[in-house]
Design a binder for this molecule. Sequence first.
Ligand code: PLP
Length: 386
Amino acid sequence: MQEILQKRIYLSSPHMSGNELKYINEAFETNWIAPLGPNVDAFEKEIANYVGVSEAVAVSSGTAAIHLALSLLDVKKGDKVFCSTLTFVASANPILYQGAEPVFIDSEPETWNMSPLALERALKEAFMDGKLPKAVIVVNLYGQSAKMDEIVSMCNQYDIPIIEDAAESLGSTYKGKASGSFGKFGVFSFNGNKIITTSSGGMLVSNDIEALKKARFLATQAKDQAPHYQHSTIGFNYRMSNILAGIGRAQLEVLEERVKARRLLFDRYYQELGCKPGIKFMPELNDTQSNRWLTALTIDEKVTGTSIHSILNALAVEHIEARSVWKPLHMQPLFKGVKCYTHNENTNVSEHLFNTGLCLPSGSNMTEEEQLKVIKYVKESLKIRV
Ligand SMILES: *Cc1c(COP(=O)(O)O)cnc(C)c1O
């Protein structure tokens, strides 16, 4: 009984459908326990179809997919890469793997994602300096697409390829088009906390079939066509296992349900908390649909009398896992001294979102009862000092 009462409510935990075992068993019965195999081939096709791109390459993580994309774009030492600042560190780590130099771009308030204004200023300056970036990594935070029309047209103007980090936005759309399909490369993650999971895994998608062919080559140790083991370039061991791809296939079958469930959780949070003064939910841009991977909101401490930290603490005491919004990368010790272009002269939007924003438990397997418990404790912690 005690155990049930104390059951932890997670931010976003894996949610199996049951069908995963069918694909895993198939792999066992045919002894395809290798990286690569029929599940990998099928999962790649199914993702490519779903997203509406030519092809997909299944890899060991979303981070690996970003790294491959940068390698394919020949990003190397001395090159610059622009990247959203309000994101998980995995968006930018591969820039460092390549020995290149990140430049961070602030968020704007309507999507919390890359500010076209900041991007424009950064591109103009880089152009004047004669040192345009080799790539721009655009993140779709918590499922919400960035302002793709503006960003794509600006990058086209300077002929700079986009890597769309859609690790959090599988199942989302922007003007009717699938998230992840806007850049030269799109990246998905199937880490345990994402909207669908393969326990760990990722996917690189593109309409450039030749580039993806090279991605497969690089991701399997870059083995030359030769009768012996011969290598002329640096390769990686980045492919997805056939077992994990089996999990992915079953997960993809229920993706639409998972999106619905997460959106429903968002709606209920919004109904219960959206009317409270000082609370603002992450917006959804017109003509876009977010998968609402995580419900995120900001708290104006001056109005509510409660900081996000006291809410987080109050939830933690009740064994409820909630988190503050990603700490912007330009504020990370790892990236000390890296330039960040702010939304406008006086406002750093991402810093504001970090200081005031938090993410509530949003797992698609969370029960209504559990969600009501979360809401209850959020409301109570608001009352503490009001
Ligand atoms: C999860 C995540 C990644 C990395 O994916 P992994 O599969 O964990 O390597 C990259 N970018 C963002 C925005 C993410 O949320």
